[in-house]
Design a protein around this ligand. Structure first.
Ligand code: FAD
Length: 404
């Protein structure tokens, strides 16, 4: 039987291993993860887990014992440091080597850090990617303290919401002209900005960081490009991630902002696959990389199907969510390249959805406290239904009629 080695023990790695067993594929699996804990869900790290409302046990998919019971050798606190494609081995951080027949890279991504020159290495500066990060950050979240969030993406906004809920003072700066610039339309950003301002976050757009100011090696304040100085007892940095593709690159695989794979998840080496945040794959003729649970799971399951001898190309049906305060933002589709948006008022106060079109076709929906709009939009996208704009704009029109 073929030996499968999975590099990384996160979302995609777990989904692949679980799917293989569900497909009755019993090959031996070795999963190597550099964190000290078995695979777990990351989204709550900036939401309920950070708030202290969810235990770590609830984040893990399976207890340690499950892996062994299912014929998997789960090696934790261990890094893969090298791939030797000629002899099909990987080298581990303890110096040992492992043979593989099939190798899957599920290495995820690493948060960008603030440059050292502007104080990025001061104590009290945090990124949020893993349990250790969230645990350290949670220890800082005490009422009355001052948090500076750098970056108005989902992670920064979620951390700001948690901090306000716990009674901290929060300033969030975004260098671009608005928050959520990379991922959502201005209408979605407007709604989310208003919600944060109602909750007392000071959101400062078109405002960058000049530098952090430290005392005894710990951050205490920040100078901003608008000339102001703000107190910062600690800082959360949410300025994006880079794909963990250096192992692949060093092994001579094709990489470009991530590990390049085809629609079956295969890299430029037939024995090596990649899935999740580290992988760049074709979508409607363009290479893209997504950072979402849906993508990691579906892409990993597509690789499992290939290995189990039932290949079917991965065609993403993107969806994503974000929780901030009591607001649930749900996103269906992929909005890149949109040319037009339409706002649909929801049937309840505070409910709203933003519909994205490209060349007249619906490509994505952002729903804010509007599960009905999300569900209908997702179904329309899956079934290629293009809703008439006048129906969307009319909050009394029942979208389900378009799905009949
Ligand atoms: P990961 O889950 O990151 O797993 C990769 C693992 O590989 C890590 O443990 C890493 O340490 C390990 N690793 C890397 N290199 C090596 C090596 N050489 N050797 C051994 N181990 C290695 N998505 C959503 O859809 N909705 C959300 O609301 C949402 N919120 C999020 C909030 C936070 C705070 C974060 C960090 C992410 C969030 N995401 C969300 C994104 C989602 O969690 C990721 O897209 C998903 O985890 C990607 O899975 P992955 O397996 O590719 O990578």
């Amino acid at each position: 039987t073929e030996r499968l080695v999975i590099v990384g023990a996160g979302q995609a790695a777990f989904a692949l291993a679980a799917k293989l067993r569900a497909l009755k594929d019993e090959r031996p699996i070795t999963m190597i993860g550099d964190e000290p804990v078995p695979p777990y869900q990351r989204p709550p790290l900036s939401k309920k887990y950070l708030l202290g409302e969810m235990s770590f046990e609830r984040l893990t998919y399976r207890p340690d014992a499950w892996f062994n019971e299912n014929g998997m050798d789960l090696r934790l606190s261990t890094r893969v440091v090298k791939i030797d494609r000629a002899v099909k081995t990987v080298t581990l951080s303890d110096g040992s080597t492992l043979d593989y027949d099939v190798l899957v890279l599920a290495t995820g991504a690493t948060p960008r850090k603030l440059p050292v020159e502007i104080g990025g290495t001061l104590e009290g500066v945090f990124e949020v990617r893993n349990k250790a990060d969230a645990d350290r950050l949670a220890g800082e979240m005490r009422p009355g303290r001052h948090l500076l969030v750098v970056g108005g993406g989902y992670i920064g906004l979620e951390a700001a919401a948690v901090a306000r809920k716990l009674g901290l003072e929060v300033v969030l700066i975004e260098a671009a002209e608005r928050i959520l610039r990379r991922v959502a339309a201005a209408e979605t950003a407007d709604a989310m900005r208003a919600i944060h301002e109602e909750h007392g976050v000071s959101i400062r757009e078109k405002t960058g960081l000049v530098n952090l100011i430290g005392e005894n090696g710990h951050v205490v304040a920040a100078d901003l490009t608008d000339g102001s100085r703000v107190r910062a007892d600690f800082v959360v940095v949410g300025i994006g991630v880079t794909a963990n593709d250096s192992l692949a690159k060093d092994a001579g695989l094709d990489v470009a902002g991530g590990i390049i794979v085809d629609e079956l998840g295969r890299t430029s080496d037939d024995s090596i696959f990649a899935a999740g945040d580290c992988a760049v794959f074709p979508y409607r003729g363009q290479p893209i990389r997504l950072e979402s649970v849906q993508n990691a799971v579906d892409q990993a399951e597509a690789i499992a199907a290939v290995l189990a001898g039932e290949p079917r190309p991965y065609v993403p049906q993107p969806w994503f969510w974000s929780d901030q305060y009591d607001v649930k933002l749900q996103i269906a589709g992929y909005n890149a390249g949109y040319s037009e948006t339409l706002v649909r008022p929801g049937s309840r106060p505070g409910a709203l959805s933003i519909w994205y079109f490209r060349a007249g076709d619906l490509i994505a929906v952002d729903a804010i406290n509007d599960a009905k709009a999300y569900v209908s939009g997702k179904k329309m996208l899956e079934n290629g239904i293009n809703p008439p704009k006048e129906s969307l704009a009319d909050s009394n029109f029942d979208l389900k009629q378009l799905l009949a």
